[in-house]
Design a protein around this ligand. Sequence first.
Ligand SMILES: [Zn+2]
Length: 825
Amino acid sequence: MSDSSAASAQTQSKTKPCKRGSLHSRTSPDLCGFADARPLMSQRSLPGTPVTHKHLPIDLRTSMDGKYKEIAEELLARSLTDSDMRCAPYEFPEESPIEQLEEKRHRLERQISQDVKLEPEILLRAKQDFMKIDSATDLEYLKDSHVDQLYMHHMETLVEKNFQRVSISGEEKCGVPFTDLVDAAKCVVKALFIREKYMVQSLQTFYKTTGRSLQELSQRPLDDDMYKDLHESPGDSDMSVHAPVSETHPYEGQDMKNLPPDAGYSCKMVDGVIHVYTAQSPMDKSTELDLPYPDLQEYIADMNVMMALIINGPVKSFCYRRLQYLSSKFQMHVLLNEMKELAAQKKVPHRDFYNIRKVDTHIHASSCMNQKHLLRFIKSSVKKYPDEIVRVQDGRGQTMMEVFENMNLTAYDLSVDTLEMHADRNTFHRFDKFNSKYNPIGESIFREIFIKTDNHIQGKYFGHIVKEVMSDLEESKYQNAELRLSIYGRSMDEWDKLALWAVSHSVYSDNVRWLVQIPRLFDVYRTKQHLSNFQQMLENIFLPLFEVTINPSSHPQLHLFLQHVVGFDSVDDESKPESHVFNLDSPSPARWCDDDNPPYSYYLYYMYVNMTVLNHLRRRRGFNTFVLRPHCGEAGPIHHLVSGFMLSENISHGLLLRKAPVLQYLYYLAQVGIAMSPLSNNSLFLSYHRNPLPEYLSRGLMVSLSTDDPLQFHFTKEPLMEEYSIAAQVWKLSSCDMCELARNSVLMSGFSHKSKSHWLGPDYTKEGPVSNDIWRTNVPDIRVGYRYETLCEELHLITQAIRTQELDRIEEEEGLSFTSSQSTN
Ligand SMILES: [Zn+2]
């Protein structure tokens, strides 16, 4: 069906040939009144028709059009049956297992780097040889080759910062034939447009440089607003490296009467999405507020397009090559500039790895303390509060002492060994065993008393221990954390209880921001009859948030608490088999009454749409908005990473990107943040030496280091430093690499624009080396410049291919219409 529409689009464009060089009028029909000349505008969504075309600003037809649905469903279905495919269709190359190849290469690389370290003279000579290709000649060469003016200008301004560059010359310099390049480029650009659409719609951020490239390609009118941070204001260049500490505690002395007024709206969930009405009663449809979100049909169609892209042979091969190239290029960069980078770092007084800001971008509150700390805390609590009633069993209150006596334990008996919370060799590939490690001494009673926010003592002990962790962070001054707290969606009052816990125990720190994690446990609650359908769970999660946004006085503590929440996380064991493929035939949330868990993408979509509507409402009211930062790609099927790419600002883990070159390349181009926790992976899913972090880093993906669960994985008082330390030693990271990781962690974190300006420099939102302030970040401008130029070159390669092909096509069509007009004469 789409074939016929494509054909009609072609005849249309033949009847209205554009003039040479009128690329502009072709690609932005709205501007010059050629609206009907726009190719491929299917208004209705027919089965198998890519609805997404109507959202794309340029013509990106490829050979796969019209087959997305079939390809995607085939792939999704396969992921249900054999989750352990030896070589999945999104991997590359298919003949030989990718990991063997990679490992061989790694070994070789390590060998080389060790040889080089042993013989500094060789290194020196190699460097001298390479230095002959200096930046001046590079520039001369670039001038010769036909790159467009804009790009030239770009490079010229950059070359000021002098470092050694590697350049590739010749035609077809990306190593694949031009037609393959064009096809791959179109696919990649299409995927980037899809992500951009979802990010913009939900008020999350899309990477600026990539966004600018897409904008230039589609020649849309400049929409400054789109990438602008609401509070973006250039800071003072000599502002201090410390954000000012607020004098007053945000939760204390708050007059609950001074809360923002009631907007008087009402809201109701329809088909899993909350709708907001200006009238007091949600019955009157005419009063519905226009809070946009992508509908299910659109999401499924986009998802299908993405699924088909990641298994397309030529695209896969193209992306694989680009990633290999990026790795090699980085190695060359380090070889040529290592000394300069180091020298730049040495030149900065005072600043070193210890006193730059780092954020633990992925850490769960319930395991944010290490075992020794928890042990000490339990022992001291038993001594301090032996007679406090800590739980109720069978209607009778039990004191702390009684709990211990019932278990035949004294505080003296306890040791780290008896707590038994460390992940060990028995947890590898056994997430179920790992989950039980959350129970001290294997007893859920202790977990309930000490690490829950909602218990008989209103989470008093948990509040205290989290505050101790916070004060450790404050003492270390430069370490920050984004702690995850849970909302389960079992009942409507969970949010109020959580907020009350935070406010009443004053659990707050300038070094900490909250993320709210939602465990994907619908099947468990359904089996226990807590919930009758999935919509109930969604209502429990989102209705309170809408109520408090409409009328802050309805949940005053929640209103205060939400100001320090930066986003949502989705958590659970990703390797659990999924028994359902999410498509248009899937039951709506209200009709999802199975005992089966909905698939990952289903959870993520409904979290995303409700968050999108909520964000629009909150922005209207001048409140902070949220982002989606799920656990994604730790294990399980590849479509998790596809949903993550489309819907979330950044992700945690992303391990499986190592197997999917197309996705990895897309994550690179869109600079999607990936919070990685190699120590956690080492205990659960992937041994340390096979972790892809060093490879992602070398290729330029936006990665940061995080701890996940210090209680289970770390031994020292500073788990984040432990994580960096081990990574640095195992992978031989340079000081520059470490500082880059730390800078990434601040960039992808949810801390305020103001804090980031203090920590990274007042211009951190700009592009390229100007965004960096080595006096604060200890990252050399050379490194930031290299990353920026490399990304620009990749984006340029792709967009230029599409432009060139577009021009060729126009020329061809003009030729056609010329000959046809001659023949009629
Ligand atoms: Zn985690």
